[in-house]
Design a protein around this ligand. Structure first.
Ligand code: NAP
Length: 233
């Protein structure tokens, strides 16, 4: 039977590339999106909804029969703070998608996967879960760190049902929007800070996520793909 994957945040960036990659590798892709439409690259279905809204999450998961893999990739972009946003609102905005959204999707996926007695979940965190962040990115880093705890707890809960839950932890990614978010000078600076001296490609990220998806003896693990920014994880 064709394997299925639900990728949240598949309208752009890493999620879109994961959607293409998993399609090319024979998966039926449920492509999640929120304000934009997600393209499809093969057999699949677009899943429009807010991952931080329990009703939306239930509706989307109810449309899925068999689920082999969930990739919690959606996030609120931390470079998008508007002038006048209060610190309290900023905290909530960052927590809603990355942390609450990951939690709600894990709960819904687990219910389905427990019945199947199989499945896997990958939570896409970030190097910012580990390194100190500038003032503006503190809530984002905290949300991404919270995902590490979600992975650990859901992995323990899910293991007796033959379900694996892992964290993918990227460093900087060469997404199509990277140069809209940082200047050329900052790009060079970032590359110099990375031991491998460059930003990771989307292909390299997808390859690591696929490894986590397909390996059948890893659970509760963190796969760090950061060009050496983070070592010994
Ligand atoms: N970019 C990097 O360098 C980097 C580095 C480390 C880790 N990461 C992690 O990698 C993942 C992907 O990053 P990215 O840069 O590709 O992300 P991105 O370009 O900011 O895209 C975010 C995605 O999340 C979706 N989304 C936003 N709010 C949502 C909501 N309420 N409900 C459902 N979906 C929602 C967006 O959908 P719409 O466009 O349809 O609104 C979009 O598809 C994230 O988890 C991020 O933390 C990225």
């Amino acid at each position: 039977m064709q394997k299925t994957v639900f990728i949240t945040g598949a309208s752009q960036g890493l999620g879109l590339e994961l959607s293409r990659y998993f399609s090319e590798h024979g998966y039926f892709v449920y492509a999640g999106c929120f304000s934009k439409d997600a393209p499809l690259f093969g057999p699949g279905k677009v899943m429009k909804g807010d991952v931080s809204d329990e009703k939306d999450v239930r509706r989307m998961f109810n449309e899925i029969e068999q689920l082999d893999l969930l990739i919690n990739n959606a996030r609120f972009d931390p470079s998008k703070r508007k002038e006048g946003t209060t610190d309290s609102d900023w905290w909530d905005m960052n927590m809603q998608v990355s942390l609450k959204g990951t939690y709600l999707c894990c709960v819904a996926a687990l219910e389905k996967m427990k019945q199947q007695h199989s499945g896997a979940i990958i939570n896409v965190s970030s190097i910012r879960a580990i390194i100190p962040n500038d003032l503006n990115r503190i809530p984002y880093g905290a949300a991404k760190a919270g995902q590490l705890s979600l992975t650990r707890s859901f992995a323990k809960e899910a293991a007796p049902y033959n379900i694996r839950v892992n964290t993918f932890l990227p460093g900087a990614i060469e997404t199509e929007n990277l140069m809209l978010r940082i200047t050329k000078e900052r790009h060079l600076e970032v590359c110099r800070e990375i031991p491998l001296q460059r930003i990771g490609t989307m292909e390299e990220m997808c390859h690591a996520v696929m490894f986590l998806a397909e390996n059948t003896y890893m659970t509760g693990a963190i796969v760090n793909c950061s060009g050496g920014l983070l070592m010994d994880m």
